[in-house]
Every structure is written in structure tokens, then in C-alpha cells.
Design a protein around this ligand. Structure first.
Ligand code: ADP
Ligand code: MN
Length: 290
């Protein structure tokens, strides 16, 4: 069962049950059946039928310990987010998976009218936290769904501010739950693929300018910058910085260290692959206007 299949088979009863479970995401790890009876106000046989179906489709998990209860799976949270975005008229259709990242799945989306979108499903905790763990502000006891939602909220808020000041980031469109929708940068490839560029200096400049705008105009540091979080359009050598949920504020104790590391990685990659002659210290001074 995937998102597309789930969207096709869900009835209004099923969606009502999923929404009722979601309502208590913060209160209960497993929402007691009595609470669902009260909240959905469905006749018992219809609630039972829905719960049985959702459980066998792996949209919910049942706990039959002392009290019978249910929680959402990640798939169900995906479905609720997509349904909301469709209802709001943000996306008309969800397309293929564009990529599986470290902590996300990115899908192609189609807006009403045909414009292409990037639909990013945040998946906090899917992989080990790697090096960014120290800078996360999430409470460990929060559920993965809620952590993924916080991650999406952070990224969406950062993208809005960055886009506002003219940084080269995908235009943010909307967010629901753990899902962020942005414009799709068409024809872009990850810098890590080392595409041939007519004007590598232009791409390098785009990235440094975005780091500078983030730092000076928004007051944040990306904190996980590398060739994997930069996408470029080979035809125009335009570069965009993506993947912002782990950003830190300028006054965070690690901000300066992370800024230096971000710049170092970018400088090193552009030097090694494209022969761009730049020095970390010099670039850092330029960013800070020193
Ligand atoms: P992760 O946290 O999983 O690394 P990213 O935001 O880096 O998530 O996205 C993963 C991949 O999806 C990117 O490397 C890129 O190839 C693709 N991608 C993400 N956003 C866009 C976009 N707006 N336009 C085009 N491709 C994108
Ligand atoms: Mn990434």
C-alpha cells in the first residue's frame, strides 16, 4: 500500500476515523476506542468496519493491551496531509517519487493549472540522526510524526523568510502537517552529480549569496550544507540551496562553527570539481562584510 493506492480506497468514514485519531496525537500514544466512538460519532458497526480496514491496510496500528487503542502510521499521516493540500487546491495530483533523501521522500506534485511542484514528506527518525543531532531542538519524547511536523514547520518558515529576501531557494507554496510544498526547480540536478557547468563561478556565487542572505538578512545558518543540498540547472548554471529544517539562529552557540563548515564544504567542492579559486576565510569575511 502506498499513498496513491490509499487515496483511492478511503471512504469518508475512513477519513473521519483517521482525523479523529490524529486529533489526539499529542494526548495518547494509542487513542482509546471509547474516545474514537465519541469523536467520530459513527454507529459502532461502521466504526468497527473502518478500523478493521484501516488496520489491514497498515494505516493504523492497534494496541490490544489493557485498553484497546489505535495510532496512525506514517502512511496515514501522509494521506491526511495530501488530502488537506488537495482540498485547499494546492495540489491536484501527486506524481512519482523524485528522490529519497536522508530524512525525507520528495514527490512530484501537480498544481491545478499544471505547474510542477516538489512535495517533501519529512521523515524524522527514519535514519540515524548523524551529525545534525546535536543541533536539533526537538524533544526526544515526541512522536516521530510530531517531530516530522516540527521539522516541516521549521523548513517552511525558513524558506518563506529566505525567499522573501531574494535568496536562491525553491519558492515555498504551502505546508500541511509534515509536508512542505515548494515550486519544482525543473531540470535541476544535485551538485553531487558533478554536472558540466558553463559558468561554475555563477553557481558558486549563487550559493555564497544565499549563505550571506540567510546570515545577514534572515539571521540563520543552514548547518548541513554540502553538494547534496545544492541543486543546479546545468543550462544556466543557476544554483539553489535546499533542505533547511536543521538551520540554527545566528546567536546559537554553534552558529559560527556551522557557518564556517558550510562555507568550507562549498569552497572545497567547487575548487575540487570546477577549479573555482576561492578561500574559506576570504569568503567568510565577505559574507560578514568585514
Ligand atoms: P533530504 O532531507 O531528504 O535530504 P532534500 O530537501 O535535500 O531532503 O531533498 C531531497 C532531494 O529531492 C534533493 O536532493 C533533490 O534532488 C530533490 N528536491 C528537493 N526539493 C526540490 C525542488 N524544489 N526542486 C527539485 N528537486 C528537489
Ligand atoms: Mn538533503
Amino acid at each position: 500500500m502506498n499513498i496513491h493506492e490509499a487515496l483511492k480506497v478511503l471512504t469518508p468514514d475512513d477519513i473521519r476515523v483517521l482525523q479523529a485519531i490524529e486529533k489526539y496525537l499529542k494526548q495518547y500514544e494509542f487513542v482509546p476506542i471509547e474516545v474514537l466512538e465519541r469523536t467520530t460519532r459513527l454507529p459502532p458497526h461502521r466504526l468497527e468496519r473502518s478500523l478493521y480496514k484501516l488496520n489491514s491496510l497498515k494505516l493504523i496500528r492497534r494496541q490490544s493491551a489493557a485498553t484497546l487503542g489505535y495510532r496512525l502510521t506514517i502512511l496515514a499521516y501522509d494521506v491526511l496531509a495530501v488530502l488537506s493540500l488537495m482540498k485547499r487546491g494546492v495540489i491536484e495530483a501527486l506524481g512519482d517519487k523524485l528522490g529519497v533523501g536522508k530524512e525525507s521522500d520528495v514527490y512530484l506534485g501537480i498544481a491545478p493549472g499544471g505547474k510542477k511542484l516538489a512535495v517533501k514528506f519529512h521523515r524524522v527518525g527514519r535514519t540515524s540522526f548523524r551529525h545534525v543531532v546535536r543541533h536539533r531542538t526537538y524533544k526526544v519524547e515526541d512522536s516521530w510524526l510530531l517531530q516530522s511536523k516540527v521539522s516541516a514547520q521549521r523548513e517552511f518558515a525558513a524558506l518563506r523568510e529566505l525567499y522573501e529576501v531574494g535568496a536562491k531557494v525553491p519558492k515555498p507554496i504551502d505546508r500541511s502537517r509534515h509536508v512542505v510544498v515548494t515550486e519544482l526547480i525543473e531540470g535541476a540536478v544535485e551538485l553531487s552529480e558533478k554536472p558540466a557547468l558553463n559558468d561554475p563561478l555563477k553557481a558558486f556565487g549563487d550559493v555564497i549569496e544565499t549563505i550571506a542572505k540567510a546570515y545577514n538578512d534572515v539571521g540563520i545558518v543552514h548547518g548541513d550544507l554540502s553538494e547534496y543540498n545544492i541543486i543546479v540547472i546545468p543550462e544556466t548554471s543557476e544554483a539553489y540551496v535546499i533542505d533547511w529544517p536543521q538551520y540554527v539562529e545566528k546567536d546559537h552557540p554553534s552558529a559560527e562553527k556551522l557557518l564556517r563548515r558550510d562555507v568550507e564544504y562549498v569552497v572545497r567542492f567547487f575548487k575540487k570539481v570546477y577549479g573555482v579559486p576561492a578561500e574559506t576565510e576570504e569568503v567568510l569575511r565577505a559574507i560578514k562584510g568585514e
